[in-house]
Design a binder for this molecule. Structure first.
Ligand code: AMP
Ligand code: MG
Length: 483
């Protein structure tokens, strides 16, 4: 094992309450489904990528894994607004791998069996949800959005039981860490400032080392963390991604997207879009994502209060100033992002109106979020019937006038649009088709799809099926948490 990875598990130097050491259970009959060779190479993981049997053994834990210091992390979290003690209920950290430049990555196996944090769960995962995480996380990566990644999926040879019998699987996830807002909530709940401070220092070392000498380090980290989250959410909004389960345990201190359960991409533009079967109130719908991010950041800020100042009022005041500034910072980021989607190379006071009019037109006309921007980049596409209405023509005229004014440069404008408007997103119906083929043992559609998702901004791609929105089946698309 250690000849493939360069492991050093610093998380286990934290106070014992943060984790439980646990050996990985062997599985009956490991079978490799997919391995991300490119990712392994980019991380300097020297693994025999052609040896499927060896890969299956490694990523199922079927090797001599004793004394490897594998462990499950403890954390808490607000789930749909309610505080709960959680922890890795079906995951184990294989190790922290250091690449050749000394950059640290968590290598975590998800679906590897019960841990002390499993509560009522079986600790297992099924093939469909694990491949779904693989597909969407890789898509998000190639869309240039910070994310955890997927290194492999194996079938364990065991059945797992949900509504029906499913194929047991393990996903190996790579993350720049698994420290979550929920980890801080867990630390704060221990009511021991030393424990909290140890997690804080550890987090600074891993993600905020540039702030190490700052005078107001707690507030500076809070500010920087807020910016990372604002950046992340702005990206999600840019590509129409709906995470679906933005609980505080699913928000990382690194600013990476994590936990691909009920997430999906929006088709027709509707700010209330949600896909998750358990999100009855639409708490995590598209338009709420920035608001929930602020709510989660406030939960993080609360955990830091005892560190910020021994005077609680002063600590609250300082933290509140950061939290209150979030909506305005987000708005600026969102406006700039939307300007880029529209190829506006500079700023004008009218931009917000122009953007909002387009969005309301899209909402009224059920226009596809992704394809509308593709069509705006390719004027010949504006011949389609949806664009024939006077409403749209009026908007287009105003937009064109605005675009051509000021510092217009055709090439700059087009480049901005091409870099910010994906041509390919993982459309829900294609994801489902690919998963159902994979479940039947046919991996060709999966591999083909993953290849296509590697170039989401390639305007020369003319693969019409991948542009199409879902074929209307009458039933709204629904996703389920990846259990
Ligand atoms: P998630 O919805 O994936 O963020 O999971 C929320 C919590 O439930 C985490 O603590 C998971 O480890 C735990 N969990 C999810 N599925 C299972 C399972 N099958 N067995 C045990 N714990 C689980
Ligand atoms: Mg989670």
């Amino acid at each position: 094992m250690n000849s493939y990875f360069n492991f050093e598990n610093t998380y286990t130097y934290l106070p014992k309450c943060f984790f439980t050491l646990q050996d990985i259970e062997e599985v009956p009959s490991p079978d490799l489904v997919i391995f991300n060779d490119k990712l392994a190479k980019s991380l300097d993981i020297n693994i025999p990528s052609n040896d499927k049997k060896e890969l299956a053994k490694i990523f199922s834990g079927n090797f001599n894994n004793k004394n490897m210091n594998t462990f499950a992390q403890a954390y808490a979290g607000h789930q749909f607004g309610h505080f709960t003690n959680l922890g890795d209920g079906r995951a184990l950290m294989l190790g922290e791998h250091l690449n050749k430049c000394g950059k640290r990555f968590d290598v975590q196996m998800k679906g590897s069996g019960v841990t002390p944090y499993s509560r009522q769960g079986d600790g297992k995962a099924a093939l469909g949800p694990m491949l779904r995480e693989y597909i969407i996380s890789e898509a998000i990566h190639y869309l240039n959005i910070p994310t955890t990644r997927s290194l492999s999926v194996i079938k364990t040879g065991e059945d797992v039981f949900r509504e029906k019998k499913l194929k047991g699987s393990i996903l190996t996830r790579i993350a720049s860490s698994h420290i979550r807002v929920g980890t801080f909530q867990y630390a704060a709940a221990q009511q021991d400032i030393k424990i909290l401070k140890s997690l804080f220092d550890y987090t600074v070392d891993r993600h905020y080392s540039e702030l190490k000498n700052s005078n107001e380090i707690f507030i500076e980290v809070l500010k920087e963390f807020s910016l990372k989250q604002i950046n992340l959410i702005t990206h999600w909004m840019r590509v129409g991604f709906i995470h679906g389960v933005m609980n505080t345990d699913n928000m990382t201190l690194s600013g990476e997207t994590i936990d691909y359960g009920p997430c999906a991409f929006m088709n027709s533009y509707d700010p209330n879009t949600k896909f998750s079967s358990i999100d009855h109130m639409g708490r995590y719908c598209y338009k709420n994502q920035p608001i929930i991010a602020q709510w989660n950041i406030a939960r993080f800020a609360e955990t830091l209060l005892p560190l910020i100042s021994s005077d609680l009022d002063e600590a609250i005041k300082k933290a509140e100033d950061v939290i209150k500034s979030i909506p305005e910072t987000y708005k600026t980021c969102w406006l700039n992002m939307m300007r880029k989607k529209l190829g506006l190379v500079d700023k004008d006071n009218e931009d917000e109106n122009i953007i909002n009019s387009l969005l309301s037109w899209m909402e009224k006309n059920n226009a596809d979020f992704t394809n509308t921007f593709i069509d705006l980049m390719n004027e010949e596409n504006l011949d389609q019937s949806i664009y024939k209405s006077n409403d749209f023509k009026n908007w287009l005229e105003i937009y064109k006038k605005r675009k051509l004014s000021k510092n217009f440069s055709k090439s700059k404008s087009l480049k901005l649009m091409q870099e910010n408007n994906p041509v390919i997103i993982p459309r829900n119906h294609i994801v489902e088709n690919v998963l159902s083929s994979a479940d039947e043992g046919d991996l060709k559609p999966l591999n083909k799809f993953l290849k296509i998702l590697e170039n989401p901004y390639d305007n020369n791609l003319k693969i019409s099926n991948y542009y199409k929105t879902d074929i209307k089946s009458g039933e709204p698309y629904m996703t389920f948490c990846g259990t």
